[in-house]
Design a protein around this ligand. Structure first.
Ligand SMILES: *Cc1c(COP(=O)(O)O)cnc(C)c1O
Length: 360
């Protein structure tokens, strides 16, 4: 026996969500974003299930090399490019494709040997004001790259700041800047993250870059994953490890923030913020216990939470608990905790074993 907390990773759901991307953007290639250990779902397991993708996008060179060692032949994009010049020979020999976002990187490329062959993604900043060159500089940089013998191919990308706010005018403005900077440049183009794949088909271009939707979370606050026909990939599960009766007026846990309104049964579940369950989840956050919905009561501790067992018959030590997954949406837990599913999913800690399931 071991501590029962576990993240089940449903690979059928992952494949279903990739198929949803293809349905929504039928004319585009798909760069599946697998940064942060595939949003906390386990990189290699997920990449295997995503075999139908055209490319992977991630950050860490070691992770990218592990994909090549694992036999993956898809294109692999390094979303923050290279950090130091000594990475470039490894990048080239592994056929990895760095994003070039700053002039210091151009200066490094200028110095590398002609024999190295690189495919790169030029990133322009169309309004996010994070990574990327000014759109007005795009043509000149494209020309500079085309003179470098080591550069085989240049694609161009930009990132949207507000695609998840469907009515925000910012996306149309970014699209307009992207289009006018890059039209007729001969470069293949990429602009859309998950939110834009779903809500802004005019942003699809030749490559779409889905992240969160692959993992079955909704990029929008006002539409559920279920409504978008996205299936949750991770189910964070544990078990009850203790059940007890508590008298009316007694309080639960650190700070005594929750007071029992009557004599009642509560359960202690082996999962806490040390596992990645958010400490800011308030009393009332839904938890599934033995297949029934109940709520978190009291503060989240490092290793445990407590739940209300009123109305849940035959729950006992060993009963299964789902913290998020199919019964409780990770989006709901995130919203109640004042964050987004991205943070919860990639915040599941190393002590939680990821276990693949393929039964769908
Ligand atoms: C993370 C990331 C994405 C994916 O965004 P989602 O909102 O998760 O779909 C796409 N493009 C880039 C450059 C990213 O860093």
């Amino acid at each position: 026996m071991s501590r029962p907390v576990l993240a089940n990773i449903d690979l059928k759901a992952l494949q279903h969500n990739l198929a949803r991307v293809r349905q929504l953007a039928p004319a585009s290639n798909v760069m599946s974003i697998v940064k942060a250990d595939a949003y906390g779902h386990n990189l290699l397991t997920c990449c295997q299930a995503l075999g139908d993708t055209d490319a992977f996008g991630l950050l860490d060179l070691v992770d990218a090399i592990s994909l090549r060692k694992g036999g993956f032949s898809q294109r692999v994009c390094l979303l923050e490019g290279f950090f130091t010049a000594d990475e470039i020979p490894v990048i080239a020999s592994n056929r990895l494709e760095p994003v070039i976002h700053s002039s210091w990187q151009l200066d490094i490329l200028q110095e590398i040997e002609d024999e190295l062959q690189l495919t790169v993604w030029l990133k322009i900043d169309t309004g996010m004001n994070r990574l990327g060159f000014p759109p007005a500089d795009f043509r000149q940089i494209q020309a500079r790259l085309s003179e470098m013998k080591c550069i085989q191919q240049v694609s161009v990308m930009s990132h949207l700041a507000s695609a998840d706010e469907r009515d925000s005018p910012a996306t149309a403005e970014q699209l307009q800047r992207f289009e006018s900077a890059t039209e007729n440049s001969g470069c293949t183009r990429s602009l859309a993250n998950s939110a834009a794949i779903i809500a802004h088909p005019d942003c699809h271009y030749e490559w779409v870059r889905p992240g969160i939707m692959l993992y079955g979370s909704s990029p929008f606050a006002d539409i559920t994953a279920n409504e978008l026909d996205l299936r949750p990939v991770m189910s964070l599960q544990s078990e009850i490890i203790s059940v007890k009766h508590v008298k009316q007026g007694e309080t639960i846990g650190y700070g005594g923030t929750w007071k029992c309104p009557e004599d009642m049964q509560i359960a202690v579940v082996a999962c806490g913020y040390g596992d990645g369950y958010p400490r800011h989840a308030p009393s009332g956050t839904p938890v599934m216990v033995a297949g029934k919905l109940t709520t978190l009561i009291g503060r989240v501790s490092m290793d445990m939470i407590t739940v209300d067992l009123r109305g849940i018959e035959n729950a006992d030590s060993g009963s299964p608990v789902e913290l998020w997954g199919r019964g409780v949406s990770v989006d709901t837990v995130a919203e109640m905790s004042g964050t987004i599913a991205y943070e919860l999913l990639c915040g599941v800690t190393a002590r939680v074993k990821r276990q693949e399931v393929t039964n769908g």
